[in-house]
Design a protein around this ligand. Structure first.
Ligand code: AMP
Length: 292
């Protein structure tokens, strides 16, 4: 079971790493950005409302995002865990999420913060190109020679996200700083935060994330066992105060009369009794019936 949030600035690699963890652990990546882009592409009522804010690098209103996330978390594949990517993004969303997860009995296990330098964030976003067909993400520094995705033999065209243009990138980083960054402190106080160095090869970053999750998993197990012991003793019909009193009483009795070794009781030989014979009257048995 994996119930985690990936926190980090735009361009910190949340989406890429969420996809890798999703494939490894078989829990769905739930990306608020992807859900919104899908709604925009399908021109749903929510999508039409969200479009302008997204293109300007602003946050979409909480009620729209929360509606999409609530609906997505209720789907069957999210019942065994989830990787939240890009959600929550402000303190109101974090509060609503924790209430929602408590209500459905699926509290968060960890929040992984992808820590990346601002210079690298800008380079990554400005150089990001995406396949129109399969959504695979490329970097301009490592593009295929014909600038297409090879997910089929003809090659698919790549595009740049409207909000990956430089002026919008700056806005998105500002929004992250003012609205999302305070969540670092929030989750740190809750003891859920793990900081992951988000630079290096994809494999190295995934390995760091897995190591952090393994640590938090064993911690969660310890906390669970402690909670189970506490619940068991709370559920016991004997109250703790009564237990203490009874222990004191036994100790006092032992002091007053030291416990003697129990006397050896000799076992009596048990002789098996023969079953009582049925006695038949001799006279009745022997005397033949008189002939008349
Ligand atoms: P992302 O793909 O996570 O970078 O998100 C792209 C855009 O979608 C953001 O710049 C926001 O406009 C919008 N967005 C994504 N997630 C949220 C969220 N949790 N709350 C509000 N807006 C969001």
């Amino acid at each position: 079971m994996m119930r985690i949030v990936l926190l980090g600035a735009p361009g910190s690699g949340k989406g890429t790493q969420a996809q890798r963890l999703q494939a490894k652990f078989n829990v769905p990546q739930i990306s608020s950005g992807d859900l919104l882009r899908d709604a925009v592409a399908r021109k749903t009522a929510l999508g039409l409302k969200a479009k302008a804010a997204m293109e300007a690098g602003q946050l979409v209103s909480d009620d729209i995002v929360l509606g999409l996330i609530r609906e997505r978390l209720s789907q069957a594949d999210a019942q065994n865990g989830f990787i939240l990517d890009g959600f929550p993004r402000n303190s109101d969303q974090a509060a609503t999420l924790s209430k929602l997860l408590v209500d459905i009995g699926q509290p968060l296990e960890a929040v992984l913060l992808m820590d990346v330098r601002t210079r690298t964030l800008i380079e990554r976003m400005a150089g990001r190109r995406i396949c129109k067909h399969c959504g695979k993400v490329f970097s301009v520094s490592a593009l295929p020679s014909d600038m297409s995705c090879k997910s089929n033999s003809n090659g698919h065209e790549l595009y740049q996200r409207v909000d990956d243009k430089e002026d919008v990138i700056a806005k998105r980083l500002d929004v992250y700083k003012s609205q999302t960054k305070p969540l670092i402190d929030h989750y740190s106080k809750l003891g859920l935060l793990k900081v992951i160095k988000g630079e290096g090869t994809l494999e190295l970053i995934t390995a760091r994330m897995e190591a952090a999750l393994a640590k938090s998993g064993s911690k969660t197990e310890k906390v669970k066992r402690k909670a189970a012991r506490k619940t068991a003793s709370n559920n016991s019909s004997v109250k703790p105060a009564a237990k203490k009193a009874s222990r004191k009483k036994v100790a006092a009795k032992r002091k007053a009369a030291p416990v003697k070794k129990p006397a050896v009781v000799k076992k009596k030989k048990v002789v098996a009794r023969k079953p009582a014979r049925k006695t038949v009257k001799k006279s009745a048995a022997r005397k033949p019936a008189r002939k008349k």
